[in-house]
Design a protein around this ligand. Structure first.
Ligand code: MD3
Ligand code: FE
Length: 219
């Protein structure tokens, strides 16, 4: 009698971790799960030096997402405009360095998605309370728009809007959960995107918060 054929792969263990959204854009489900607790501890250390703040847009609105940065530069906004600064305008001191774990994770994810030698110089840390959202926008403040952006989701889940190259283009809704990492590169780099208001909930490790780390080559 023939032995039963062993399964070619075990769904839970060997399922493809890379989900292609569009050319150059891929989700690595759960890629940061093993590092989540250490990432959150590192976020706390960064925020102890450069606290989270709700910046003002050039139009005069206070953003619902609170932000801080680490790296050689940080993203900042006030009435004068959006820009990267070497000094945290709130503290008058340089942004804290990117923690080694952040760097390993970002490089590992970029490599997994096919981008070699990824060397981000900026990590923007977004913190969402329930109801916080990010309106549809393009990331266009970076000098090098060929380098991918790596984003890491922690805590409460969110629905990411993934649009096209024009603001009015239709958007796909991509659910992003704790530990998911997305690499946005190649032709997808300049797509419009946003985050729907975070829904009410409690996460085991972050409580009522969602964090997103966004790595970029800015300068
Ligand atoms: C898709 N943050 O800070 S980064 C941002 O969840 C931002 O906080 C999102 O968008 C967040 O600017 C997620 C994901 C991202 C970044 C750049 C992209 C997605 C992108 C560029 C093109 C397409
Ligand atoms: Fe963005």
């Amino acid at each position: 009698m023939l032995a039963s054929t062993p399964p070619l792969f075990d769904d839970a263990l060997d399922a493809p971790i890379r989900e292609e959204l569009a050319p150059g854009a891929g989700v690595l489900r759960g890629f940061a799960l093993g590092d989540a607790e250490d990432l959150l501890a590192a976020i706390r250390r960064v925020a102890a030096r450069s606290p989270f703040r709700n910046v003002i847009t050039p139009g005069g609105r206070t953003m619902s997402v609170a932000m801080t940065n680490c790296g050689a530069a940080g993203w900042f906004s006030d009435r004068r405009g959006y820009r990267y600064t070497a000094i945290d305008p709130e503290t008058g001191r340089p942004w804290p360095p990117i923690p080694a774990l952040f760097m390993r994770l970002a490089r590992g994810a970029a490599h997994e998605a096919g981008f070699r030698d990824y060397a981000p110089d900026v990590c923007l840390i977004n913190r969402y309370e329930v109801g916080a959202r990010l309106a549809l926008h393009q990331d266009r403040d970076e000098r090098d728009r060929r380098a991918p952006i790596v984003s890491v989701s922690l805590g409460l889940p969110a629905t990411f809007l993934f649009g096209g190259f024009l603001r009015r283009d239709p958007q796909r809704r991509v659910p992003l959960a704790h530990g998911d990492v997305v690499v946005w590169g190649g032709p997808s780099r300049m797509r419009y995107h946003g985050v729907l208001p975070v829904r009410d909930g409690v996460h085991a490790t972050t409580g009522v918060l969602r964090y997103n780390l966004t790595f970029r080559v800015a300068r």
